[in-house]
Design a protein around this ligand. Structure first.
Ligand SMILES: *[C@@H]1O[C@H](CO)[C@@H](O)[C@H](O)[C@H]1NC(C)=O
Length: 257
């Protein structure tokens, strides 16, 4: 009798463990768009277009983000926590400078627009500002305007395929890039577990989408658990073989929309 009770107890716990994280998630900007807010947008061009500067992405085009990318001011960047988040942006209130029909662009945060130490810089706190890659900007506004009023809202990120994990570093220091994240797109926490000695271990955000740990990951098939800013978890079981090598990229499971 006692063992039957224990058994049921264990089953109930297992079910709660599997179901609760999904139920308790607030779904903040993961399944439905947020509300519209007003801001301004500018653009940048040149070599920096493909370079995911402050989020630590190397080449955003190669990583599949295309040039639908944006550098955001500090209040949206949140010291890297905002990296990977997605926005819908429309140019508004300027017949002269907005493209007709108020088209939307959908962009991913890949960089920071840092404050300038002039008193009224567009990226200075508390301003919410979008410095767009030029091709994205040109879909909504005229080049000559330079800066336009916009409305924006958080939207779920649409990505092809699974979450990608690129492992760099060496035996004593591992750096895992976590990218191509759907759903909220921005990552709140990352944990890793091995099929050997390594128990669930939290990683620390070092730089935008890059997470580090000093735990020994070598020689084990690794499982990663990623938590989005909406609270949901996605667990990618045994995405690496035991003999994975530094520099390799592995594809896991993505968030459902
Ligand atoms: C890490 O683990 C592997 C496999 O278990 C082992 O061969 C290696 O010596 C360990 N490295 C360190 C630095 O402990």
């Amino acid at each position: 009798m006692v063992s039957t009770l224990r058994f049921f107890h264990a089953i109930v716990h297992l079910i709660l463990f599997l179901v609760l994280p999904q139920c308790h998630a607030s779904h903040r900007h993961s399944k439905k768009p947020g509300s519209w807010k007003q801001a301004h947008a500018t653009f940048y061009e040149g070599d920096t277009e493909t370079y995911g500067g402050a989020c630590g992405y190397k080449d955003v085009v190669q990583l599949g983000y295309g040039l639908d990318t944006v550098a955001v001011s500090n209040v949206l960047f949140e010291e890297g926590k905002g990296c990977g988040g997605c926005y819908e942006i429309q140019c508004i209130n300027s017949q002269q400078w907005c493209k007709p029909g108020q088209p939307s662009i959908f962009v991913t945060v890949t960089d920071n627009c840092p404050p300038s130490y002039q008193s009224d810089g567009w990226c200075n706190p508390p301003r919410q500002h979008f410095d767009l890659a030029k091709p994205a900007y040109l879909k909504i506004a005229e080049y000559k305007a330079g800066i336009v009023p916009v409305q924006y809202r958080r939207v779920p990120c649409n990505k092809q395929g699974g979450i990608k994990f690129t492992i760099n570093g060496h035996q004593y220091w591992n750096e895992v890039s976590v990218w191509n994240v759907a759903g909220s797109g921005d990552v709140k926490s990352v944990q890793v577990k091995g099929d050997g000695k390594l128990r669930w271990t939290p990683l620390t955000r070092s730089w935008g989408h890059r997470w580090t740990t000093g735990a020994n990951l070598t020689g084990q098939a690794l499982t990663f658990r990623v938590q989005g800013s909406d609270g949901r978890f996605s667990t990618s079981w045994r995405v690496t073989p035991k003999n994975w090598q530094f520099g390799q990229t592995f594809q896991g499971k993505n968030f459902r929309k």
